[in-house]
Design a protein around this ligand. Structure first.
Ligand SMILES: [Zn+2]
Length: 372
């Protein structure tokens, strides 16, 4: 892996990340394809929409279809057909969201399979072995995602545990083809975050992620963490903010020096009838769209906008539960994110990120708030 910073605008960085499967222009957004596909889109469509990196989940893939099937395809790229870069998350966040519990000796997380209720044990060794079968371009260390709210003592104990696990993961994962990223934890406490970062920096990870956010904290608390942490992060390594991805959240983090993002929002909101545009969110279920001749967004290269499909037709598809709606809406939202990130990269290159930020705040904040 090679990361190069090409230009800066304030703390924002324009960069290039070279990985085994290709190059990623940063700041970059990774659509989430938990099981190797973004719901409703083919690998070819992802490529056509300009996606350079996909975020998949090793925990869910290990449960279904299972590692033997993926191993027989030579890894996740061979299995899902996506030729761009792939990052796999380790399952720490899923363990938290599925109600996982720490084992008595504190060395692993125990949780139930969402498919059949079978007990699953996750620890650094099994999670790294799993990602070695998946062979992503970037693998994530196994960590404990600290729940919110957590008092300082609880957040510290959780962070210390994650740092021990990170060390274990680094020792196990010594594959030149797979870049391993450490994950900074520490809840909303700047001192714990700084300590976590220091520990990770001494372990020699290829990149650093900020985990444990977008779990219920306020936007102000999240920005406080980024304000404290980003200036301490090494300039020559990529920085990945995990799971945070509303358009304005991305802009705020980019302004503070973050390079990589993933979020389920573009695909989940598509399934919920919400389309992102540069003028705010279009709620397709709104009856006013039932007779609208205009496309979602003029100039968008997604199949629906490119072919001039009207809001009325999309409203009709969604209202009747046609699976074509999910496909078209997801493609549009992913296209929006790719265009937004392209605009951000261009603005950093031209030194106009603050103007873009002001413009986006005026335009995007006029729409109704989006819930995660
Ligand atoms: Zn579109």
């Amino acid at each position: 892996m090679h990361f190069e910073c090409l230009a800066q605008d304030g703390a924002a960085r324009l960069g290039r990340l070279r990985l085994r499967s290709g190059e990623v222009a940063t700041p970059a957004f990774m659509p989430v394809g938990t099981l190797g596909a973004v719901k409703g889109l083919s690998a070819r469509q992802l490529h056509e929409l300009g996606v350079q990196m996909l975020c998949a989940n090793s925990f869910h893939l290990a449960l279904r279809p299972g590692l033997d099937v993926i191993r027989s395809h030579g890894g996740l790229h061979g299995f899902c057909g996506y030729k761009g870069c792939i990052l796999t998350d380790s399952g720490g966040f899923q363990a938290m969201s599925l109600g996982g519990r720490l084992t008595n000796d504190g060395t692993a997380l125990r949780l139930r399979s969402p498919h059949d209720g079978a007990q699953v044990l996750l620890d650094p060794a099994t999670v790294m072995a799993c990602q070695q079968v998946l062979r992503p371009d970037i693998a994530m260390v196994f960590d404990e995602c600290t729940a919110y709210p957590a008092d300082h003592h609880t957040a510290q104990a959780s962070m210390e545990r994650s740092m021990g696990w990170a060390e274990h993961c680094r020792a196990v994962m010594q594959d030149d083809d797979i870049a391993l990223f450490g994950i900074v934890q520490g809840g909303i406490y700047p001192d714990l975050r700084a300590h976590s970062l220091e520990r990770l920096m001494s372990m020699g990870f290829e990149g650093l992620a900020i985990g444990g956010l977008a779990v219920g904290e306020t936007a102000a608390e999240r920005l406080q963490v980024l304000d404290a942490l980003c200036p301490l992060m090494p300039p020559h390594k990529p920085r990945y903010l995990m799971g945070v991805g509303r358009p304005l959240d991305i802009l705020e983090a980019v302004r503070r020096g973050v390079d990589l993002f993933d979020c389920v929002i573009p695909s989940r909101h598509a399934r919920n009838g919400q389309l992102f545009t540069m003028q705010g969110i279009v709620r397709i279920r709104n009856a006013a769209h039932g007779a609208a001749r205009a496309p979602v967004e003029t100039g968008c290269p997604c199949p629906a906008c490119h072919d001039g499909l009207s809001l009325a037709f999309l409203h009709h598809l969604e209202r009747n539960g046609d699976p074509l709606w999910v496909q078209l809406a997801t493609a549009h939202n992913v296209s929006f994110y790719m265009r937004l990130l392209l605009m951000i990269r261009q603005a950093i290159g031209q030194g106009t990120l603050e103007a873009l930020h002001r413009h986006a705040r005026e335009q995007l904040e006029t729409s109704a708030p989006v819930a995660y």
